[in-house]
Design a protein. Structure first.
Length: 93
């Protein structure tokens, strides 16, 4: 402990514990931490000749060619006017 009157422990980075979860990043993935990734899959077999990988909904098999995970989340949430709502996913998703 330190000799000064403060009751806070030393802020030595080697002994401090991080409250943030560790994020493993593999090549090609930019930290897929969004929970929506658990409800879709990437379909490289459908992306032949395209730069971007297409996403497929695990519930209704709808293919998304653009917009990424944000557009897919709109599909799950049923954002009106943006994208067709998934009719097969549970309401609590």
């Amino acid at each position: 402990m330190s000799s000064h009157d403060g009751s806070t422990p030393s802020s030595d980075p080697s002994t401090a514990q991080s409250s943030q979860p560790s994020i493993s990043m593999s090549s090609g993935n930019r930290g897929r931490t969004d929970l929506a990734w658990g409800h879709c899959r990437e379909a490289p077999e459908l992306s032949v000749g395209c730069k971007k990988t297409k996403l497929v909904c695990l519930y209704c098999a709808k293919v998304f060619a653009g917009g990424g995970i944000n557009r897919f989340k709109q599909h799950l949430a049923g954002a009106k006017g943006e994208v067709e709502q998934c009719r097969k996913c549970a309401l609590d998703v």
